[in-house]
Design a protein around this ligand. Structure first.
Ligand code: NAP
Ligand code: ZN
Ligand code: ZN
Length: 350
């Protein structure tokens, strides 16, 4: 056992504070890593504050992890000490149900094991995430990080990247397709970069006038201020796909109006309170679809990392020491992130 230094929330109202615990002894297929960088996802904040009503305290958040392998179990074949690896939102699943068999572990019919706030399938112990100095994960849920990319900028790909990549691929983003991304935060800025790299015509919807120029720099062909009805109306009935990343409850109708016949809006934002139901006629008159999407499976996450390696894509980040996490959460709530906070875990090793 090795002592791990971390930050944890002790209850829904508490600020994150220093916390120590032991990682498990290596099992046959386990990879042990020193955590180098961990992205700060809005889901971390939702769960630290029990906004999804399923948090088990203490919560050590963090599921956008890049680390360096320090040791491996006796039966590990894919990784060795020194390798640069990634871990996302999943650390295990049943591996036998139809979804797991299709490589869609995030939809495991027996429940996937989350990187934090999950229950270990052997011991039932609650998992602790990447706001920590070390991690132990089965090699089957460990990913290879492309050598040519900046490791800190890779960390957010493990959740923000795959969560936007997967619906873009599922609903066919590519040349000739008009794709909207709603919200320019952690997920949204990756959605813009990825949809652009896939060759789609990309329109970014934002509530923040100050983000217009950035959105264009990141790869948006057009930017719409979603609070302006005239700007919205100009795009009516024209989108093949809209990926909605907004982390707060809002009216979906103005966005559904923008879908062409048979167009899809995929919700990935997971707010504390549900959106009001959209108008039914808004869907049926044009056979529009309102869908949802959860992160991505392990194989698709590796595919996304390799795609980012080929296209030189990383997240735009602001590196912080662990000690600034509570300020970072407050800034995230004000949509003041350009465009992902990434924790440098060296700040906990000093
Ligand atoms: P984030 O960095 O905070 O970005 C969210 C963006 O939404 C903001 O930057 C803002 O963009 C927009 N926004 C926020 N409040 C708004 C409001 N009241 N009205 C309109 N727009 C608003 O969050 P994130 O890390 O990207 O995560 C986004 C959501 O996705 C969270 O709910 C998170 O839990 C969820 N999530 C889901 C999955 C999944 O698998 N489905 C995976 C990861 C995260 P503008 O300033 O541009 O308007
Ligand atoms: Zn996340
Ligand atoms: Zn399963």
């Amino acid at each position: 056992m090795t002592t791990t230094y971390a930050y944890a929330a002790s209850d829904a109202k508490a600020k994150l504070a220093p916390f120590e615990f032991q990682r498990r002894e290596l099992r046959a297929h386990d990879v042990q890593m020193e955590v180098l960088f961990c992205g700060v996802c809005h889901s971390d904040l939702h769960q630290a504050r029990n906004e999804w009503k399923n948090s088990i305290y203490p919560v050590v958040p963090g599921h956008e992890i890049v680390g360096r392998v320090t040791a491996v179990g006796p039966d590990v074949t894919r990784y060795k000490a020194g390798d640069l690896v990634g871990v996302g939102c999943l650390v295990d699943s049943c591996r036998t149900c139809p979804s797991c068999a299709e490589g869609l572990e995030q939809y495991c019919e027996n429940g996937f094991v989350g990187t934090y706030n999950g229950a270990d399938r052997e011991t039932g112990a609650i998992t602790f995430g990447g706001y920590s100095t070390q991690l132990v994960v089965d090699e089957a849920f460990t990913l290879r990080v492309p050598q040519n990319l900046d490791p800190a900028g890779v960390a957010p790909l493990l959740c923000a990247g795959i969560t936007t990549y997967s619906p873009l691929r599922t609903w066919g983003a590519g040349p000739g397709k008009k794709v909207g991304i709603v919200g320019l935060g952690g997920l949204g800025h990756m959605g813009v970069k990825l949809a652009h790299a896939m060759g789609a015509h990309v329109v970014l919807f934002t509530t923040s006038q100050s983000k217009v120029e950035d959105a264009k720099r990141l790869g948006a062909d057009e930017v719409v201020i979603s609070k302006n009805p005239q700007e919205m109306e100009a795009h009516a009935n024209s989108f093949d796909l809209i990926v909605n990343t907004v982390a707060a409850q809002h009216d979906l109708n103005p966005f559904l109006n923008l879908l062409r016949r048979d167009g899809t809006m995929a919700l990935v934002g997971a707010p504390e309170h549900d959106h009001p139901s959209p108008q039914v006629f808004n869907l049926i008159m044009k056979r529009r679809r309102l869908a949802g999407s959860l992160i991505g499976g392990i194989a698709e996450t590796q595919e996304m990392l390799d795609f980012c390696g080929e296209h030189g894509i990383t997240s735009d980040i602001e590196i912080i020491p662990m000690q600034q996490i509570n300020d970072a959460y407050e800034r995230m709530l004000k949509s003041d992130v350009k465009y992902r906070f990434v924790i440098d875990l060296d700040s906990l090793r000093k």
